[in-house]
Design a protein around this ligand. Structure first.
Ligand SMILES: Nc1nc2c(ncn2[C@@H]2O[C@H](COP(=O)(O)OP(=O)(O)OP(=O)(O)O)[C@@H](O)[C@H]2O)c(=O)[nH]1
Length: 464
């Protein structure tokens, strides 16, 4: 479940919002449905109370009162009959009429009450305590039968002359009357109990409605807040990731950082932000490749622009740049020297062995020099068969020794496809006031001297 939830966090933004809305709407729908059911039940209970049980209770209370009044009337009649005079006889007549009136009213009330309950049951207005309501109808039917019997007996007694009514007959009648009192009271209590039960049920439903609705409302709120927070956190995580990618891209473009390894920033998730992060990653990887490619091309171009194609030595253009830099260093006290060398009788080699062999001689010369100098020293082809060697941090004596070493090696080095050859050397130290021209001029003079003195030798530039 938790895994599914976190998987869902990676979904697209619209799916996330859709999911969140579905959860909340389902919750709210459940809340509304529950509320409708509860409210219908409460409304039914209140309707039943208002339309049936309260009127039934009132009728039952009236029946009870009539029954009691009838009882009191019987007591009075009994008392007055004992006096047995004319006046009492008249009173007896009056009471007979009243008694008849009570009977009619009692019957009417019983019928009204019974009809009310029966109609309620038939029309579906009574859904609570159905058996109890049916029991009330049965109890009143019994009450009516007992009351009819009492009425019949009482009418017989009252129609007789007062002297002829025995004490035993009176007591019998009173007993029946008391039984009717108790019966009506009992049914009244039952009706009250039904009313109280339904009221209690309605209250219970109201209470439950209140608690469940409050609980569900609070739960929906908490779920909503938590899910929203989780979505915000997941968005922020993605945004941080994207920001860091853009930051890296920016640094990489501005050269503050090397090309980025896109795999290190591999984004997770399937939403729009993750897609954006993936696109940026792809862009970065393409950019990195482009940077590597561009660096390669740049390097090749620079090499091409600064290297002599035939020999692999640096070219004249590079000489200018390197010699200028070394002259600047010379001004700050660093001693450096150069060797200017030229192959002896190179024209003869070309003429005798061909231009290709001449080329190989040039290549051999550069290879031999490179083997005899330090890595920090640089060889330049100045043109034709003339070369310079730039010796940084090297004074005149050391430079002359290196030149002599090269000269001697060239002379004895075994050659396979090319003829033996020699070279002449002019050596000079860089001076703080030197320009490129003055430096080369001095070296050239020394070289010229070496050539003039018979070639295959090293000459050091004079101090003038
Ligand atoms: N094979 C080949 N020959 C070249 C190249 N550049 C210049 N040369 C030749 O080098 C020769 C230079 O001849 P010169 O200037 O007379 O010099 P040299 O014959 O060495 O005579 P000295 O310098 O006095 O010893 C010319 O014949 C050029 O054609 C090159 O790249 N390849």
């Amino acid at each position: 479940m938790a895994v599914r939830f976190f998987h869902w966090l990676d979904e697209s933004i619209s799916r996330k919002i859709g999911g969140l809305s579905t959860v909340l709407l389902t919750f709210i729908l459940a809340l509304v449905l529950y509320s409708i059911v509860q409210l219908r039940e409460i409304s039914q209970e209140i309707q039943e109370l208002a339309q049936i049980d309260v009127p039934v209770s009132e009728l039952a209370a009236e029946i009870e009162v009539l029954q009691l009044e009838q009882h009191i009337l019987m007591e009075r009649l009994h008392y007055e009959l004992r006096l047995s005079d004319e006046k009492n006889f008249q009173s007896q007549k009056l009471m007979q009429e009243k008694f008849a009136d009570y009977s009619v009213r009692l019957k009417d009330n019983i019928h009204a009450l019974t009809r009310l309950i029966k109609d309620g049951l038939e029309q579906g207005k009574i859904v609570k305590e159905v058996p109890a309501h049916q029991a009330v109808i049965a109890a009143f039917a019994q009450f009516e039968t007992a009351r009819d019997e009492f009425h019949h007996n009482a009418s017989k007694v009252l129609q007789n002359d007062a002297h002829l009514v025995s004490e035993q007959e009176w007591q019998e009648l009173e007993k029946q009357d008391q039984a009717l009192d108790q019966h009506s009271l009992k049914v009244l209590r039952e009706i009250e109990s039904i009313t109280a039960d339904i009221s209690a049920q309605a209250e219970e439903h109201e209470r439950r409605f209140y608690y469940v609705n409050t609980g569900l409302g609070i739960s929906a709120f908490i779920i909503g807040i938590n899910v929203t927070l989780l979505i915000i956190i997941s968005f922020r995580r993605r945004m941080r990731h994207i920001n860091s990618q853009i930051d890296n891209l920016y640094k990489s473009i501005t050269g503050k950082q090397d090309a980025i390894n896109a795999d290190e920033l591999s984004p997770q998730g399937r939403d729009e932000l993750a897609k954006l992060a993936k696109d940026i990653n792809r862009l970065m990887s393409q950019y990195s490749e482009a940077v590597v490619h561009r660096d390669g091309i740049e390097e090749a171009l620079i090499r091409q622009a600064t290297t002599d194609n035939l020999t692999g030595a640096h070219n004249r253009y590079k000489w200018d740049e390197a010699a200028k830099a070394l002259l600047v260093k010379t001004k700050s006290g660093i001693t450096s020297s150069i060797i200017l060398l030229d192959i002896d009788n190179f024209k003869n080699i070309n003429d005798q062995h061909g231009h290709n062999v001449g080329d190989k001689v040039l290549q051999n010369l550069v290879n031999d020099i490179n083997e005899l100098i330090r890595q920090s020293d640089l060889v330049f082809r100045m043109g034709g068969e003339e070369f310079t060697v730039l010796l940084q941090g090297c004074d005149l004596q050391k430079a002359a020794a290196i030149a002599e070493n090269i000269r001697a090696e060239l002379q004895v080095a075994p050659r396979n496809e090319i003829p033996q050859f020699t070279a002449s050397f002019g050596v000079t130290e860089l001076r703080s006031h030197d320009s490129l021209e003055s430096l080369l001029e001095r070296a050239d003079k020394a070289l010229y001297q070496a050539k003039a003195q018979g070639k295959n030798q090293v000459c050091i530039a004079s101090n003038d």
